[in-house]
Design a protein around this ligand. Structure first.
Ligand code: NAD
Length: 287
């Protein structure tokens, strides 16, 4: 028997209805600025998804496109221009950045009151301190919303997170800790990874390696959240999954036969990440 599929698409569609209704009650149109540097194909696709979601709920999305070789100063001044524009409620810089730019410097230029992805130090510190005014990074909020929607409890559970990035792994670990889960973070240096993953009640995987988590890493009764979004490059893998272009970090076909619930890719956390970004935007309007 296969595990329950944690559908992000249907939850995203419900979120669109809810946020559209909320937008109509606001005194000004919520406005998001997306800063794109360079023209990475994955960034183009993610920004397209944001614009489409914004359109559906009646939010305005301003797309700032800067060249790959732009200087750090030019990026910072672009961000600062929007920091002082009262019609803008949220600013996000599409990651990853070209290697010559320092991520910390760029993200810190965002006014924390407009930091819609919760990555400035003001928000990360609040997350560490368990503050109540937290803007959770969109992926983290999306994961929690998915679990909440399916009424999967977090408190007291053993949560194992594979991946410790600033964008996903670390904030997600802190958010689960704040919800009274017992959290283990695994990474490239973790020895005997399967020993750790088999301990989990909830296993969250964000490493960026297609089908890395096989049936040997899971057991019955677990909930598996696959954050990975990998574009297929390898012909063999392409054949294995038919026409789908995107796969997760989890071998969905085999793992889903063992665990009790699993989020698919596409259509799982990714769908909820965009929805959560706009939830954050509406929260930042302060209304
Ligand atoms: P990253 O490259 O910044 O971090 C990867 C992490 O995985 C690192 O901490 C590394 O230590 C760990 N890792 C790598 N190989 C490992 C291994 N063999 N064993 C254990 N740990 C290992 O990546 P990221 O930005 O966190 O993204 C991870 C994945 O999630 C990517 O596929 C990305 O596209 C996807 N992603 C999805 C969403 C979404 O909305 N669903 C959002 C952001 C990122």
């Amino acid at each position: 028997m296969s595990g329950q599929i944690l559908e992000g698409i249907s939850l995203r569609d419900a979120t669109i209805q809810r946020l559209s209704a909320r937008v109509k009650t606001l005194s000004a149109q919520p406005t998001l600025v997306v800063v794109q540097i360079g023209d990475r194909a994955d960034s183009v696709a993610y920004i397209k998804a944001k614009k489409s979601f914004g359109e559906k709920i009646g939010a305005r999305v301003i797309h700032e496109m800067l060249p790959e070789k732009v200087s750090s100063d030019a990026v910072v001044s672009c961000i600062k221009k929007h920091n002082t524009d009262h019609s803008v409620h949220g600013i996000i810089v599409q990651l990853p950045l070209p290697v010559h730019l320092d991520q910390h410097t760029i993200l810190e230029a965002i006014d924390p009151k407009k930091d819609v992805d919760g990555l400035t130090s003001t928000h990360t510190q609040e997350l560490w301190e368990d503050g109540s005014e937290i803007v959770l990074p969109a992926t983290t909020r999306g994961i929690l919303s998915l679990l909440d929607c399916y009424q999967i409890p977090v408190e007291g559970k053993k949560v194992v997170i594979v991946g410790r990035s600033v964008l996903v792994g670390k904030p997600t670990a802190m958010a689960f800790l704040n919800r009274n889960a017992t959290v283990t973070i695994c990474h490239r240096g973790t020895q005997n990874l399967s020993e750790e993953t088999l301990r989990a009640d909830i296993l969250i995987v964000a490493i960026g390696k297609p089908h890395f988590i096989t049936k040997d890493f899971v057991r019955e009764g677990q909930v598996v959240i696959d954050v990975g979004i990998n574009t297929l490059a390898d012909g063999k893998l392409q054949e294995e999954v038919g026409k789908r272009k995107l796969v997760g970090d989890v071998d969905f076909e085999n793992v889903s036969k063992i665990v009790s619930a699993i989020s698919p890719v596409p259509g799982g956390v990714g769908a909820m990440t965009v929805a959560s970004l706009f939830e954050n935007l509406l929260d930042l309007t302060g209304e």
